[in-house]
Design a binder for this molecule. Sequence first.
Ligand SMILES: Cc1cc2nc3c(=O)[nH]c(=O)nc-3n(C[C@H](O)[C@H](O)[C@H](O)COP(=O)(O)O)c2cc1C
Length: 339
Amino acid sequence: MRLSDSLPWTKTPLIINAPMGGIAQADLAIAVSKAGGLGQIGVDDNLEGLKTQLAQVEKELGRHNGLLPIGVGFLSFIVDSSKAVEIVEKFKPAVVWVFAANALDDYAGWAEKVRKASPSSQVWIQVGNVEAAVRVAKEARPDVLCVQGADAGGHGFEKGAGIISLLPEVEDALAEEGHDIALVAAGGIADGRAGAAALNLGAQGVVLGTRFLSAPETNVHPRYRAAVLAAKDGGQSTIRAKLFDELRGPNRWPVAYDGRSIRMKSFEEHKAGVHIDEIRKRHTEAIKGEDAGFGVDGRTAMWAGSGVGLVRKEQPAAEIVEEFRRGIFDAMHTARTRL
Ligand SMILES: Cc1cc2nc3c(=O)[nH]c(=O)nc-3n(C[C@H](O)[C@H](O)[C@H](O)COP(=O)(O)O)c2cc1C
């Protein structure tokens, strides 16, 4: 069965917005699901806020076969799984996405609790290497593995590869172990050409984070969005580093993770050898300003993937979903003419 058939309001090719904590909220999830994609809400540590967001989704979209037609993404190292599944039990999102466990073993416990709370909800887990994909497939048996490549914006495995090699290797490794789990791809997918490539690699859907930062439904500061739209040449304008998680104090993220942000002053000063205490002090001052420290001449992290150079204009989420679907068909067609 095609993955989009198990999410009956969606159209193929399946376009999914990444559950970006605090950034992908109800407005974005509603717009994406209404346009035939899988809209998702990303949770940081604000579970009370999540309830309000989910009530808004229920009011605007209703339920499909008892499920809210969206996904909810939890960061498992921050959120208490028992509290999270209480919300899952009440609202029953069609997809529960889990990412960033302190240890790979933690995912099995999450999957079990989610399934008990809402047996019809699908469990999706995002991983960034072959070993993790195989372990998680075996222990947690998710419905979907989201294979996240190193080009991704935001957090991911510090040691990673791009999806062009990662996704097919994951597919082969899972087949070798006898697992039949749907895969979706994330990381640097910013237009239909990349989406078509991801489907060719074995993905049943594509996850977009950075591309949706251009949508007005996404909750980002205007200067952050402006920096995304202005950035070109993502291999130079963005960078992966642990520094971005150290700006507000000691890094809370599991040790295997770092994050990709647009380069800004804090990073340049770190590279120039400025001590972390001084960088933190300057950051603390900067975020008090009206611009909240955003901008390439600012000091606040601006998570974005290496596909940022392809994100050029502000665009409503529904338009992104529709343009992306068309772009994938067009790119597939063009590729065929080259054979
Ligand atoms: C601003 C931003 C915030 C993110 N926050 C989360 C998050 O809270 N939870 C999560 O599972 N993934 C998060 N991610 C990672 C995405 O799940 C996804 O892997 C990534 O956006 C895909 O790469 P792309 O940004 O190049 O499209 C975030 C990504 C971005 C860009």
